[in-house]
Ligand binder design. Structure first.
Ligand SMILES: [Fe+2]
Length: 266
């Protein structure tokens, strides 16, 4: 059994500071970790798909390390547009996965599944891009794992959401990724964050799933010109379960917290 938990957009703040001046994102992430620790079976990997911190400051990364300490499972971190590559690198310098220079792309084996994490960030901007170097790295990695299921993880999802204030900061030129994936049929799905909601679509033939935030969720407003807003909807994460029997991944939405139950099932 292969189980990967995906957590996203945790927006850790320095001690005593609230996210957006109104929400305790640190406490909400601590609650996410409690829920992750209760999972049975335990995930082999907890992948945090970016926006680890809100402002990319060293004190936020130090707080993140403290908050991660009780996590019982192996984890890996990826950058989002609110992160700072240099500060992230120095806070997680003990993680052998992270390259020492350039984009923070890395690959990791979780049983037979190859997870390829792409750095979509553009320093100083909120939109995403896949650099030439990242696309070349991805192509090499995909060739190297031909014949095995691959999951591509990225902060910015490669599609237009229809929520106007999100699409201003989306991934530019997803066509290059789409063209590359058309040549590699073993990519089972793309998992992403950034949009603070769970969305499901595809890029070419490849399914794309996005993960909610552990803190606020982006308002579902589809009208052109809609005003940007967030809601305290139930925070959640994703659990991606590779099934040998089905030869595919099933992606489960998992709400954070403790709920009444178990109740009789009839
Ligand atoms: Fe983001």
């Amino acid at each position: 059994m292969t189980v990967i938990a995906q957590v996203s957009d945790i927006h850790v703040r320095p001690r005593g500071r609230l996210y957006q001046d109104c929400v305790d994102s640190n406490a909400m992430f601590a609650e996410a970790i409690e829920t992750l620790n209760r999972l049975d079976p335990a995930p082999q990997l907890v992948l945090i798909t970016g926006d680890l911190t809100d402002e990319g400051e060293p004190e936020e990364y130090a707080m993140l390390r403290k908050l991660l300490a009780p996590l019982k499972h192996p984890y890996a971190v990826m950058p989002g547009n609110h992160d700072d590559r240099a500060h992230l690198r120095s806070a997680f310098g003990d993680q052998p996965l992270l390259p020492r220079e350039g984009e923070l792309n890395f690959g990791i084996d979780v049983d037979q599944v190859r997870v390829l994490a792409l750095d979509t960030t553009v320093p100083g901007f909120h939109h995403g891009e896949l650099s030439e170097a990242t696309l070349l790295w991805l192509e090499r990695e995909l060739v190297a794992c031909t014949g095995r299921p691959a999951i591509i993880a990225m902060h910015h999802p490669p599609f237009t959401t229809g929520i106007p204030y999100l699409d201003l900061y989306g991934l530019r030129q997803p066509e290059a990724l789409s063209a590359l994936l058309a040549k590699h049929a073993h990519v089972d799905r793309i998992i992403a964050g950034h949009v603070h909601r769970s969305m499901h679509t595809r890029l070419g033939a490849v399914p794309v799933v996005t993960c909610p935030s552990t803190t606020t969720q982006i308002a579902l407003r589809l009208h052109a010109g809609a005003e940007a807003a967030s809601w305290m909807e139930p925070p959640a994460f994703m659990l991606h379960h590779w099934s040998d029997a089905g030869n595919n991944t099933v992606s489960h939405l998992c709400y954070i917290g403790q709920f009444e139950g178990p109740l009789p099932f009839a």
